[in-house]
Design a protein around this ligand. Structure first.
Ligand SMILES: NC(=O)C1=CN([C@@H]2O[C@H](COP(=O)(O)OP(=O)(O)OC[C@H]3O[C@@H](n4cnc5c(N)ncnc54)[C@H](O)[C@@H]3O)[C@@H](O)[C@H]2O)C=CC1
Ligand SMILES: O=C(O)C(=O)CO
Length: 386
């Protein structure tokens, strides 16, 4: 028999058994669970990505709920194991849940939570950082400096792109895409073109109002346009940032043909999910177009990069850190724990997953609701009146 995974146990006599597959930042989430009579078991095994078998062993014979990670494969096997153990709730510590087979969860009556809202600005800030770093070639310049190659100012040294007055393109203007768009428009006075299945009226109103403000101050106003196709964004924008969910419709959304539509000196940013870009085609495109630059937080075969990507000077690569601010990660842990706790306690579902602030206020008890359950309708769960 395989050796059991290492766990740390809090409140051993708690009535409800909750498992967290990883230690998570902060302590509030731990306290919230143990104050509500949960025995919490946190897997502390030194193994970055747990297998399905590892998680089945953590679930064991009795488990009321699990807090898991986006690196885990939550499908039929795990939901059936959780259901057999009496579990009714699982929450990803992430807003994206492409690692979860929601139909399988529905089949076993397991509620699936995610953590929207708390990571919107943090993720958008990283997309903005990558945009700036790519435009001004910051990583290349840093490497050059550290290599001792700088021997004096030169007119052509690391010349990049001025963002002001250029066009920023956003694909997927939901919570994060809209926050990124606002940062780039307001911060750098860029014009906006976006593509989404839905109209983002709040974003449009923001850019209109900011444009009017600039005009009233004698400056060139910024503009916005909602594109009717994604290709329009790719052709027109100078900086393009990808923020859709990953599903069948967005897999390889950016492929060889679409890369060819983009401007030769365009910048492409991906802080959504790796498979939204065909990474093999991207490597070829980067090789053929040295002035084209990318900033990537996510990768098609995470944690691996496709061959050649790591050697490309025109690529900035960071290890899926877009949501990595202390406040956000602690908030994600809190929301994930409250999703599981709320379902165990029979609480209703919070009516607006875009308005999660009441759950994050450390000076007040959280509302008696599950902050965000993605399959609440399918399971017929009641909605909170709060
Ligand atoms: N790199 C990281 O650390 C992080 C990555 N993410 C990723 O970002 C994604 C978006 O998060 P939110 O903005 O909170 O979600 P959201 O649901 O508010 O926004 C997603 C948007 O994508 C749009 N969309 C869906 N299919 C599309 C298509 N085929 N073409 C164009 N637009 C499409 C939707 O209409 C929606 O407006 C998450 O699902 C997750 O995968 C989120 C947080 C951190
Ligand atoms: O929340 C998500 O979807 C993430 O990728 C976490 O950073």
């Amino acid at each position: 028999m395989a050796k059991p995974l290492q766990v740390e146990v809090y409140n051993p006599n708690g009535k409800y058994r909750v498992v967290s597959t990883k230690p998570m930042p902060g302590t509030r989430w731990i306290n919230l669970l143990i104050e509500q009579d949960c025995r919490l078991e946190i897997c502390t095994q030194k193994k970055t990505i747990l297998s399905v078998e590892d998680i089945i062993s953590l679930i064991g014979d009795k488990c009321d709920g699990v807090i898991g990670q986006l690196t885990e494969d939550w499908g039929e096997k795990l939901f059936s194991a959780l259901s057999r153990a009496g579990g009714k709730a699982f929450s990803n510590m992430a807003v994206g849940y492409n690692n979860v087979d929601v139909n399988a969860a529905n089949k076993y009556g397991v509620a699936v939570g995610n953590t929207p809202g708390v990571l919107t600005e943090t993720t958008a800030e990283l997309a903005a950082s990558l945009s700036l770093s790519a435009a001004r070639r910051i990583v290349e310049a840093d490497e050059f400096m550290r290599a001792g190659l700088y021997d004096g100012w030169l007119p052509h040294l690391f010349v990049g792109n001025l963002l002001k007055g250029q066009t920023v393109g956003v694909i997927g203007a939901g919570r994060i895409g809209s926050a990124y768009a606002r940062m780039m428009v307001e911060g750098f006075k860029m014009n906006l073109i976006y593509y989404d299945l839905y109209q983002s009226t709040r974003l449009e109103k923001f850019v209109t109002a900011y444009g009017q403000f600039l005009k009233a101050n004698g400056e060139q106003p910024v503009t916005w346009k909602r594109a009717s196709t994604m290709d329009e964004v790719l052709r027109e924008a100078d900086v393009i940032s990808l923020h859709p969910v990953l599903d069948k419709t967005t897999y390889h959304l950016v492929n060889k043909e679409r890369l060819a539509m983009m401007k030769k000196e365009a910048i492409l940013i991906n802080c959504s999910r790796g498979p939204v870009i065909d990474e093999v085609a991207l490597v070829e495109h980067l090789k053929a177009n040295p002035m084209f630059r990318v900033g990537l937080d996510v990768f098609e075969d995470e944690p691996y990069m496709k061959p050649g990507l790591g050697e490309m000077k025109n690529a900035i690569v960071v290890p899926h850190i877009a949501s990595a601010s202390k406040w956000t990660r602690e908030g994600m842990a809190t929301l994930a724990a409250l999703n599981v706790l709320g379902k165990i306690k029979g609480y209703p579902i919070w009516s607006d997953p875009n308005r999660v602030e009441p759950f994050l206020n450390e000076n007040a008890p959280p509302p008696a609701a599950c902050p965000s359950i993605v399959n609440s309708k399918a399971l017929g769960l009641p909605v909170s009146k709060l």
